[in-house]
Ligand binder design. Structure first.
Ligand SMILES: Nc1ncnc2c1ncn2[C@@H]1O[C@H](COP(=O)(O)OP(=O)(O)O)[C@@H](O)[C@H]1O
Ligand SMILES: [Mg+2]
Length: 363
């Protein structure tokens, strides 16, 4: 078990900057998710940690030791990929035993270890089968077993659940999380699925275009996104965004959009003025912070019901106002006809304000 630190980690492929100056520390025993859209540099980062790719710049530490020049086999990492990459001609037993044989461990030890891992993953009955005789979920467990058998210091997983069907993915999410906590192995888990990252990881590192955007636990990322990218990537249904302008009027400070004028408190106004590069802003509000106004007030505006998406317990109401669509999530007891106009308001304590130019959160 070790901590892993990435220091100014950078990787070019020709002229493509796949990973751009990433600084991140994965604490001893921590489960961290690298989250971001396809092509943002997650796999490249993981493969540098594994020693398969050489960084163009920057350092990788295991504990306080720089491992840049250490070959993969000497890093003692366990890897699990989306594709499982099991050896098709080998039985499950031999697949799991393979890294131990490579290490020339004694036969008795290998037998004991494979048995132990198989018990842990509940695949004792499958040891004599070939991978082709296993379901996707079982193959997944075998791949995990092979990574665990060598008692890695660091566990690296690249979209390991992506090939499983939805039900199994939900089950494996929980199982993997329990397993990681039980074994206490520092784990770096790559995924493009925000739900996976949010539900499984202690902390999440959000990447976009090779750059680290924000590191935090689920609640921090959800409640205090540091920029427009994180705000739009985390949360489902996603946060609503409306372009607006900061206006000082005689009776106070307003956020004005085509659809509405929101009077904001002095404090918010001052913070925005101090931090924004101009009056052009983007207001962000999560669907659960949009509601039907009980009584008309200054922040109330009218919107037309455009579509409804019932989800069972909740319902997503798509509201149209001056060409902007806003999603509101509410209890499924909500009743409204398509085309009906309803008074809507935002919870002003929950809104987010972004600078339109820099895309950074300023409130
Ligand atoms: N071996 C490679 N050669 C050239 N470009 C690559 C290679 N691997 C990845 N890239 C590029 O680097 C960027 C990051 O890729 P990758 O790390 O695979 O992203 P992710 O895993 O987040 O989907 C992408 O633009 C991708 O096309
Ligand atoms: Mg990838």
């Amino acid at each position: 078990m070790v901590s892993v630190s990435l220091e100014n980690l950078t990787k070019y492929f020709g002229r493509v900057k796949a990973v751009d100056n990433v600084n991140l520390k994965i604490e001893d025993g921590e489960f961290i998710a690298l989250l971001g859209p396809s092509g943002c540099g997650k796999t490249t980062t993981l493969l540098m940690i594994a020693g398969i790719y050489k960084p163009t710049r920057g350092k990788i530490y295991f504990g306080d030791k720089v491992v840049n020049d250490l070959p993969p086999k000497d890093r003692n990492v366990g890897m699990v990929f989306q594709s499982y990459a099991l050896y098709p001609h080998m039985k499950v037993f031999d697949n799991i035993a393979f890294p131990l044989k490579l290490r020339k461990e004694p036969k008795d030890f290998i037998k004991k270890k494979v048995k132990e891992v198989a018990e842990l993953l509940k695949i004792e009955d499958l040891l004599d089968r070939k991978p082709s005789q296993l379901s996707g979920g079982q193959q997944q467990r075998v791949a995990l077993g092979r990574a665990l058998a060598k008692e890695p210091d660091v566990f690296l997983m690249d979209e390991p659940l992506a090939n499983l069907d939805a039900n199994l993915r939900v089950i494996m999410r929980v199982e993997l999380k329990r397993l990681q906590k039980r074994l206490g192995i520092s784990t770096i888990y790559v995924t493009h699925d925000q739900v996976e990252a949010m539900t499984m990881a202690d902390r999440i590192a959000v990447l976009n275009k090779g750059r680290l955007q924000q590191v935090g636990d689920s609640k921090q990322l959800y409640d205090e996104p540091t920029n427009l990218f994180v705000a739009s990537f985390i949360g489902s249904p996603p946060m609503n965004f409306v372009e607006c302008t900061l206006r000082e009027r005689e009776d106070g400070t307003y956020l004005e959009a085509e659809a509405f004028k929101l009077k904001i408190g002095e404090n918010i106004g001052r913070t925005i003025k101090e931090n924004a590069t101009s009056a052009d802003l983007i207001l962000g509000v999560r669907p659960e912070d949009v509601s039907v106004s009980k009584r008309k007030n200054l922040g109330t505006f009218e919107a037309e019901v455009y579509a409804v998406e019932p989800l069972g317990r909740d319902i997503i109401v798509n509201l149209k106002t001056d060409g902007t669509l806003i999603k509101m999530i509410t209890k499924s007891t909500f009743k409204a006809e398509i085309g009906e106009k309803i008074p809507v308001e935002f919870d002003l304590n929950k809104i987010h304000i972004f600078d339109k130019k820099t895309e950074n959160a300023i409130f």
